[in-house]
Design a protein around this ligand. Structure first.
Ligand code: THU
Length: 160
């Protein structure tokens, strides 16, 4: 048997002002679209904004359903919109802001497993990394240089 290790590296910033202007703008958009979340069941609101290589910014928020699994996370709402609207564009950067209306969420909220798998599909398709930034309503921002850094040993098209 052999063992192997996969390391993941992240940067944490304490304040948005430490980040470049385009990321601050992406978070502004994510925070604004978060207000459109439809989350009557969880009261957990998530906003996501993507910067594409054609200069467009697309965004999405979580949309819930009385049949719970029929709802969709903010990240997938945004990325499927990007794929449906600009199929040739590459996704450069993603900003996610998330938090509960029941308490202050002041820790960085990473994308769920299903969203990681979905974002991974687009990263493989375009063959350049998607830079990921995520935060709570307040507090620190975490940066990952790619989605694959968040999803080691991913299942992808190479297996098929
Ligand atoms: N949610 C997201 O929008 N993104 C994630 O990555 C995690 C969870 C949403 C789904 C659901 O509407 C609510 O947050 C609580 O899980």
């Amino acid at each position: 048997m052999k063992s192997f290790k996969v390391e993941a590296h992240f940067n944490q910033f304490e304040n948005l002002k430490e980040l470049p202007q385009d990321i601050q703008d992406l978070f502004k958009k994510a925070a604004s679209v978060r207000e459109n979340a439809y989350a009557p069941y969880s009261q957990f609101l998530v906003g996501c904004a993507l910067l594409l290589d054609n200069g467009q910014v697309v965004s999405g928020s979580n949309q819930e359903n009385a049949s719970y699994p029929s709802g969709l996370c903010a990240e997938r709402t945004a990325i499927y919109f990007a794929g449906a609207t600009y199929p040739k564009a590459r996704i450069l950067k993603m900003a996610i802001i998330a938090g509960s209306t029941k308490k202050i969420t002041n820790t960085p909220i990473p994308p769920c497993g299903a969203c990681r798998q979905t974002i991974s599909e687009y990263e493989f398709k375009q063959d350049i990394p998607i830079e990921m930034y995520f935060k709570g309503q307040e507090g620190a921002i975490v940066y990952s240089k790619s989605l694959s850094n968040l999803l080691p040993l991913s299942f992808n098209k190479n297996a098929l």
